[in-house]
Design a binder for this molecule. Structure first.
Ligand SMILES: NC(=O)C1=CN([C@@H]2O[C@H](COP(=O)(O)OP(=O)(O)OC[C@H]3O[C@@H](n4cnc5c(N)ncnc54)[C@H](O)[C@@H]3O)[C@@H](O)[C@H]2O)C=CC1
Ligand SMILES: Nc1nc(O)c(N)c(N[C@@H]2O[C@H](COP(=O)(O)O)[C@@H](O)[C@H]2O)n1
Length: 270
């Protein structure tokens, strides 16, 4: 750890991740960005103790790995459940990136929050807005399907963020209905060539479902040596109706121990 909360990710550990990282210019022909699915899980496949409860699973080394991944992607995406539960920073605190020893916002990912029904109430205390104000992270884009509140728009635009309203069919319930293709195209249209998707449970399970899993280029999972127990937010994507096959399986896997955790990398495409 360096000064001001700056993190240092060793060169040797960077080599291990390289085959799973976005390649510059790789996706320029595609209408969606390079997608990395990445999260930390317990041994019982839980992301957190309960919906709405932030739970530290990663140890210091694997958390630093996640921060390194953030500077290797143009954008970072979470669902509104995570935004409300965690009040996250969604920035990169690796030494040398913008705001942490580097110039401007160089290396900082664009945070993207999926909030179809406008649940996220921003305030002057919302961490991500304050970081943007201080030049230590970018202001978020919020993907929604509803007209946002005037108060939220004001707070967001003051720091350079914006709403992106998708004309995608939505239900009136809390069920996620914005199509992944539409969401990914929307960010690609705004210059995002690579995106890491961190969670939470609804986001990950819908992305891993058969209809969407093809959109994932790389998977990087931190596994912490702990059982959270029943009642947690669990990664367990829906089975295809009538199928008795596994939903998805990683190929080209590699494992690395980081502190007490292991990091599993792989790809889903054949
Ligand atoms: N261990 C880890 O790496 C991580 C843990 N978490 C934890 O996960 C928990 C939050 O997870 P969840 O409650 O499942 O919330 P979530 O973060 O997945 O957000 C769910 C909401 O996002 C929207 N959404 C998701 N997918 C959508 C889609 N395809 N289309 C339209 N809208 C969509 C919907 O409004 C949905 O209700 C928190 O406790 C958080 O701390 C979150 C991220 C990473
Ligand atoms: N890598 C990782 N390990 C954990 O144990 C976690 N709980 C998370 N959560 C994700 O990181 C975000 C919070 O971190 P920042 O404040 O943005 O640095 C949180 O919103 C989840 O996306 N990740």
């Amino acid at each position: 750890m360096a000064s001001r909360g700056e993190l240092i990710y060793p060169e040797d550990d960077r080599v291990f991740l390289k085959p799973y990282l976005p390649v510059p210019d790789r996706s320029q022909d595609s209408n969606v960005p390079f997608v990395t699915l990445t999260f930390a899980t317990s041994l019982d496949s839980a992301l957190s103790l309960a919906p709405g409860v932030q739970t530290a699973l990663s140890g210091p080394q694997s958390k630093t790995m996640t921060h390194y991944l953030r500077c290797k992607h143009d954008a970072i995406m979470i669902g509104v459940g995570t935004a409300i539960a965690d009040d996250p920073s969604l920035n990169c605190r690796v030494q040398g990136v913008g705001g942490y020893g580097g110039e401007g916002l160089t290396g900082q990912p664009q945070p993207v929050v999926v909030d179809p029904h406008g649940r996220w109430q921003l305030t002057s205390k919302t961490k991500i807005l304050n970081l943007a104000r201080e030049g230590r992270g970018k202001a978020p884009w919020i993907l929604t399907s509803q007209t946002p509140s005037v108060e939220n728009v004001k707070l967001l635009e003051q720091v350079g963020g914006c709403y992106i309203v998708l004309n995608t069919p939505t239900s009136t319930s809390e069920k996620p209905t914005m199509a992944w293709l539409d969401m990914l195209r929307a960010v690609k249209d705004r210059g995002v060539e690579s995106i890491m998707i961190e969670g939470g449970g609804v986001i990950i399970n819908s992305l891993l479902a058969a209809d969407n899993a093809d959109l994932i280029d790389s998977v990087i999972v931190t596994i912490a040596p702990t059982w959270l127990g029943q009642g947690g937010v669990v990664v367990s994507p829906p089975r295809t109706e009538g199928s008795s096959l596994p939903v998805a399986r990683l190929r080209q896997t590699k494992w690395q121990q980081l502190g007490e955790d292991v990091v599993l990398c792989g790809v889903l495409k054949a």
